[in-house]
Design a protein around this ligand. Structure first.
Ligand code: EPZ
Length: 417
């Protein structure tokens, strides 16, 4: 089993080119199943979740190869409409293949998805929406068997919650369905806009992605295109947190500050200067950090739940008490025990973390609990005095492309063993 050994306390200085977004690459890889011809996805990050998505495409009879920083997918002649159970368990995003298989083949069978344990992660909204579009769903021994006997048709769908995954599944099912689909209370995340941009590039007719109401006019077929995956805003937030926590200065190239305003607000309130460039962001740490007003995680454009864990780290070093309330997932503070072991003063009260600072963090032996929790431990290790041994880093590899190389290039002392 691999681990990171980090000797902390080094200021991070220099430039990082931010990787492509995992949460955009994964739905777009499943969307490629809908298209005849070849799709080329540039800026595709090298992540274990991306490898899993490629293996799912392979199991469906498509070709998917990674060439440099691109993924090339050919879905001319899919041969199967069932995702093997082992592959379903590898990640949450495997569920997005449901809409894509139904859109392309009109049938599918698959189990419930795996992924980070953040509390219950039901898929009731996905299933209810697909039923409205003409899909019959039967569950047998934990396997969902779905068919659309009369073909998929458009529908008006109101989501009780602006679920990212449900919005994606509906879009994938709707782009080649008969007639118009209207989604209200749709998720507004930038990754939804990226998925829609790819699908429109392939010939789909989607309007309103990024707004609460999305309209999709079904088309008879789609043809693959070349698309550049958007930069990863959560990885950007992680490197911001690392700069703030180590008192460093990082220029983050190839990123989009506009998608991060709620996060930048918090860093600025903490006392870090954030300079927004055309497609870059420079963060100047090094000033004394201050506690911030209460943070509540919310769907976009609110403060992202995925950035909550990493932002906790500089707040541990800030003067005063800060509160982060987690409203999206019920069990997303599993990293806190490890941070406390490293010297943090954090108390969980209901759905909130109360963080008191400033403390001095020290190295420890800790195990990543989930993707973003693991990233928080990594960030804490960079700021801590002494050595941290971070195990279970497979969680981190799901979302961060070669983080040890990236961090070494800006002065961190980190090795993968
Ligand atoms: C996506 O997960 C992301 N994953 C998550 O990122 C992210 O935390 C989340 O959106 C929220 O932004 C990917 O894009 C691959 P949701 P998703 O459906 O689609 C409830 C990371 O670290 N809900 O928007 O699974 C659900 O329980 C990951 O990169 C239902 O009740 O999130 C949750 O409380 C972790 N019924 C809330 O909605 C449903 O049918 C939001 O979930 C669906 C969701």
């Amino acid at each position: 089993m691999q681990r990171f050994v980090i000797h902390g306390g080094k200021r991070l200085e220099g430039e990082i080119t931010v990787q492509g977004a995992k949460n955009s690459a994964l739905p777009i890889l499943s969307a490629a199943l809908l298209c005849k011809g070849e799709s080329v996805l540039e800026n595709c990050p090298r992540l274990s979740d991306v490898y899993a998505a490629c293996r799912i495409l392979g199991s469906l009879g498509c070709r998917c190869r990674l060439e440099g920083t691109s993924a090339v997918i050919c879905a001319d002649a899919p041969t199967a409409a069932a995702v093997p159970e082992g592959l379903m368990q590898e990640m949450r995003s495997s569920i997005i293949f449901m809409g894509a298989m139904l859109g392309r083949m009109g049938t599918c069978s698959l189990g419930y998805p795996g992924g980070c344990e953040l509390g219950p992660r039901p898929i009731d909204l996905h299933l209810a929406a697909l039923r409205r579009m003409g899909v019959r769903i039967r569950e047998e021994d934990g396997i969902l068997r779905c068919t659309a006997p009369g073909g998929l048709h458009g529908a008006r769908i109101h989501l009780a919650l602006p679920s990212v995954g449900a919005t994606e599944n509906i879009l994938l099912a709707a782009v080649m369905a008969k007639g118009e689909t209207v989604i209200t209370n749709a998720a507004r995340e930038p990754e939804i806009m990226d998925l829609a941009a790819y699908l429109n590039g392939c010939g789909a007719r989607i309007e309103g992605a990024g707004c609460s109401t999305i309209r999709v006019e079904g088309v008879p077929s789609l043809t693959g295109c070349t698309h550049r995956i958007m930069p990863d805003r959560i990885v950007t937030a992680t490197w911001l947190a690392a700069a703030a926590a180590t008192g460093g200065r990082l220029r983050l190239a190839g990123t989009d500050a506009a998608s991060l305003e709620s996060v930048l607000d918090v860093f600025e309130e903490m006392g870090c200067r954030c300079k927004r460039g055309q497609d870059s962001l420079t963060v100047y740490g090094g000033c004394p950090l201050r506690a911030v007003r209460d943070i509540r995680t919310m769907p976009y454009p609110g403060f992202p739940t995925d950035a909550q864990a990493v932002v906790t780290v500089p707040l541990c070093l800030a003067d005063g008490a800060s509160v982060i309330e987690e409203t999206v997932f019920s069990d997303r503070f599993r990293h806190v025990d490890a941070l406390v072991k490293m010297g943090a003063d954090i108390r969980i009260v209901g759905r909130a973390a109360v963080i008191r600072g400033p403390v001095t963090l020290h190295g420890a032996q800790v195990a990543a609990t989930d993707l973003r929790g693991g990233a928080a431990m990594l960030t804490a290790a960079l700021a801590a005095q002494g050595e941290t041994v971070l195990t279970d880093i497979r969680h981190i590899d799901r979302g961060y492309d070669s983080p040890e190389q990236v961090l070494r290039s800006v002065g961190a002392d980190i090795v993968r063993i």
